[in-house]
Ligand binder design. Structure first.
Ligand code: ADP
Length: 394
């Protein structure tokens, strides 16, 4: 009989649950709830729309998860929970008990959009599924190998220590998965590869990976630093915040809302946060959309260029997640600016890429390329299922 790990991944307005066979990688069922909490909430099981949508994360887990698990519970070996921030306490996956839940609660302020809802889902799932262990897998875990010099914020030691002010990095399961997937595709030992992985989804980050180890990444203490994202601004001169506080009456909560929910692509386009809409607008000549893509790509190329220096050259650039896998436009803008580093884009490949479960990696550079580029299908659920399963086996 097949064994399954149930992977639960919740965002501020979404719940994703996948039943994954960690050995074959096959998905045997998925539940999706998007735009949770709004009147446009959508709820589906195995891509079939169902209704009505639940109104909270807790309700989603309590009342909709049993539907996904119907007839499958006997094959369930564990539940893997994606937890964005593990702080200093957690890097490797850990079995969730009361103590872990208490610690996760204390870490909530480090990732206010992600950790509190994830914990809510953990609590509901632990009550619902009592027969198998629940395991937390941390986005920050992959980045524990980043050297201190790359982690440091140049602030007084007392403050750094007391408030834990340092780079953590996120999207770890995705960067790790992409790197392993590329090594498998190239039939090369991951230890011998230098890669720059670009996770470009709703949240975006770049990672420099040397021999399978993260050595630099664009997100920081929280998932706000670095690239421009759908509603997050990424890098900013901190004085901007002081100015808004002093001159525009912004308080802490206003600033947090501004930086995480009202900025990024949404702000640059005056209202569009979904990259599909932005690309469509740009193709129709809308200036806001063209401008937003230019700003987005400029920030990205700046990071890639600096990571080429950090790594002392690289074997490949890897594009993954919603925008990375689907936007030929972004890939082209980036690859064209890397010609000086030896990237030769294969235009046909770039425009016809469609990574699938069966073909998860496609090369988009031609045989003259010294620096190669790939599109890699992201599968955070499988990455979490594997980490969960590995812990069970130890
Ligand atoms: P998340 O899991 O962070 O929500 P995804 O990896 O699903 O993110 O990526 C979401 C982003 O990918 C959205 O901005 C969406 O518009 C973009 N995206 C999805 N499909 C396409 C496409 N065909 N072309 C361009 N962008 C796309």
């Amino acid at each position: 009989m097949s064994e399954f790990v149930l992977v639960i991944n919740v965002g501020s307005t979404s719940v994703k649950a996948d039943l994954i066979n960690p050995t074959s990688g096959k998905c045997d069922g998925k539940l999706r709830i998007e735009r949770l909490g709004s009147d446009q909430a959508v709820y589906s099981v195995n891509n079939e729309n169902r209704g009505p949508a639940p109104s909270s994360h807790d309700e989603a887990i309590r009342t909709r998860l049993p539907e996904l698990l119907e007839g499958k519970r006997a094959s369930l070996v564990a539940v893997g929970h994606r937890i964005v921030h593990g702080g200093k306490i957690y890097s490797d996956p850990v079995v969730i008990d009361q103590e872990v839940m208490k610690q996760l609660e204390m870490l909530s302020p480090m990732a206010p959009l992600h950790n509190p809802v994830a914990l809510m889902a953990v609590r509901a799932a632990v009550l619902l599924i009592t027969e198998v262990p629940h395991i937390a897998v941390f986005d920050t875990g992959f980045h524990t190998t980043i050297p201190d010099a790359a982690r440091a914020y140049a602030l007084p030691t007392r403050l750094v220590q007391e408030y834990d002010l340092r780079k953590y990095g996120f999207h770890g399961t995705s960067h790790d998965f992409a790197a392993k997937q590329i090594a498998a595709y190239l039939r090369t030992d991951l230890q011998k590869l230098k890669l720059i992985t670009c996770h470009l989804g709703g949240g975006c980050s770049v990672c420099a990976i040397d021999g399978g180890r993260s050595v630099e990444t664009s997100m920081g203490m929280t998932p706000l630093e670095g690239l421009i994202m759908s509603t997050r601004c990424g890098d900013l001169d901190p004085t901007v915040l002081l100015r808004l506080q002093q001159n525009a009456g912004y308080g802490t909560r206003d600033l947090e809302y501004l930086l995480t929910q009202q900025s990024g692509l949404l702000a640059l386009t005056n209202g569009r946060s979904d990259f599909r809409d932005i690309e469509r607008g740009a193709k129709n000549g809308l200036q806001d959309c063209l401008y937003a893509i230019d700003v987005f790509c400029h920030r990205l190329i700046k990071y890639i260029g600096s990571y080429l220096a950090v790594l002392g050259g690289a074997d490949a650039i890897v594009f993954t997640a919603g925008i990375g896998e689907n936007s030929a436009w972004v890939r082209r803008q980036i690859c064209d600016r890397l010609i000086c580093f030896g990237v030769h884009l294969d235009d046909d490949a770039n425009y016809s890429v469609g990574v699938t479960e069966d073909i998860p990696v496609v090369e988009i550079t031609d045989s003259n390329s010294r620096l190669r580029a790939f599109v890699s299908r992201s599968n955070e659920a499988l990455s979490i299922a594997r980490s969960t399963h590995e812990l069970l086996l130890t």
